[in-house]
Design a protein around this ligand. Structure first.
Ligand code: HGY
Ligand code: MN
Ligand code: MN
Ligand code: MN
Length: 384
């Protein structure tokens, strides 16, 4: 059994639910189990483990935050019903890559908390905290679906910005590729599409499903439905990506016209101008429809990530180091996107034959994952 397959076998079942998907919400038992696994792996290698007070975990070869340290790593948390590779692949590969470097020094592995935003709603929460992109107060107050705040889950108010970041000489995140764009085992990241998530609230008049005439209704579900269709049409028109994967209705009763429908729009595009156009057109059409339905619409941006262009010279250098590995953008957000505004940052992508991600079918072959480990080892060696 290959190094990768053996280590992967230790964690691949953690957090898997009956439908074959994963539910590894940040700071809940499955993710905490993987944190313990991380500490064990670090201990086996004589690495020092630290936490940054934001929920991020680090293992160090050498002095924590020593100047010139190269950090690699990713996240353990998953979306609900997600795949097993998105996140953990980067951390398992990091430990194995270190094993292939003779006397590794000035190297560290990070496990960032709440990258998916699946529990507390803001993606890359851990890397945003440590880089000062979100305040400890706002992060601490974020709540999950059970009303538990991030501060409560963490057990303290987050520390916030970590000064040691300025000592890092590079950050490299290895990640499963998620867009059907890689037909060789390993690629190098060039950019992350600008993207964000907007909470849309449609307010109407709750009423009886059986006795209220259609002409007397102010039904927010109708406006919501038209908005979902509009987002889909507008995205197709301009080559952007629009998704509404999460919706809540109040009172959520079969025989009551809803008084409120809340839906989250995940919108992404290859450039900011196109993303802005998408938002503008969707909100315009939703507002027009609300006027017709007698409902009210409010839209709140919950998190927006600007376009990220990774260090071009670094990407080219790594591509050459890896035998002219393809350099490609991604429509998925990553902690590397947040880190790139503070540290020279690179991403490595491992081929995902189906391209499916954030779903149980997500996967990569052991051979390609081994190639990813080998590539990461060479990249880390070249950077330290
Ligand atoms: O949603 C994303 O793009 C990432 O997987 N957090
Ligand atoms: Mn993801
Ligand atoms: Mn990820
Ligand atoms: Mn009744």
């Amino acid at each position: 059994m290959s190094d990768f397959a053996a280590l992967w076998a230790e964690i691949v079942a953690v957090g898997r639910s009956a439908d074959g998907g994963y539910r590894r919400y940040a700071l809940t038992p499955p993710e905490l189990t993987l944190r313990d696994w991380f500490r064990g792996q670090a201990g086996r290698r004589g690495m020092t483990v630290t936490e940054d007070g934001n929920g991020n975990l680090f293992a160090w070869c050498g002095e924590p935050w020593a100047p010139g340290t190269v950090l690699t790593g990713s996240h353990f948390d998953s979306v609900p019903g997600g795949g097993g590779y998105d996140g953990p692949l980067g951390i398992v590969s990091a430990f194995l890559a270190l094993d292939r470097i003779a006397s590794p020094r000035n190297l560290a592995i990070g496990a960032f908390v709440e990258e998916e935003g699946g529990r507390f709603g803001v993606p890359c929460l851990g890397s945003r905290l440590m880089t000062g992109a979100i305040t400890p107060a706002r992060a601490a107050a974020l709540t999950d679906r059970d009303g538990i705040t991030f501060g409560e889950a963490l057990g303290s108010t987050p520390t916030g910005q970590i000064s040691g970041i300025s000592h890092l000489s590079a950050f490299v995140e290895l990640h499963i590729e998620q867009g059907r764009a890689l037909d060789v085992p390993v690629g190098v990241g060039s950019a992350i599409w600008p993207h964000g998530r907007w909470r849309m609230e449609f307010a109407g008049a709750g009423d009886h499903a059986g006795t209220t005439r259609m002409t007397d209704r102010r039904d927010p579900m109708l406006t919501f439905a038209h908005t979902v269709l509009a987002a889909n049409e507008e995205a197709r028109l301009i080559g952007a990506h629009a998704t509404v994967g999460r919706v809540q209705a109040e009172p959520n009763a079969t025989n009551a016209i809803p008084s409120m429908v809340r839906g989250w729009l995940d919108a992404r595009a290859a450039d900011t101008a196109t993303l802005d156009r998408l938002l503008e057109s969707v909100i315009k059409r939703a507002t027009e429809r609300a006027g017709r339905d007698g409902t009210e619409l409010s839209v709140v941006a919950e998190s927006v990530t600007d376009e990220v262009a990774f260090d071009t010279e670094l990407a080219r250098r790594l591509s050459a180091l890896l035998g002219d590995a393809p350099i490609l953008p991604t429509g998925a957000g990553h902690d590397a996107g947040v880190m790139s505004s503070h540290v020279p940052t690179a991403m490595l992508f491992v081929r995902n034959p189906t391209g499916v991600s954030h779903a149980p079918a997500e996967g990569a072959s052991n051979e390609d994952c081994e190639a990813g480990v080998e590539a990461l080892a060479r990249v880390l060696e070249s950077l330290t």
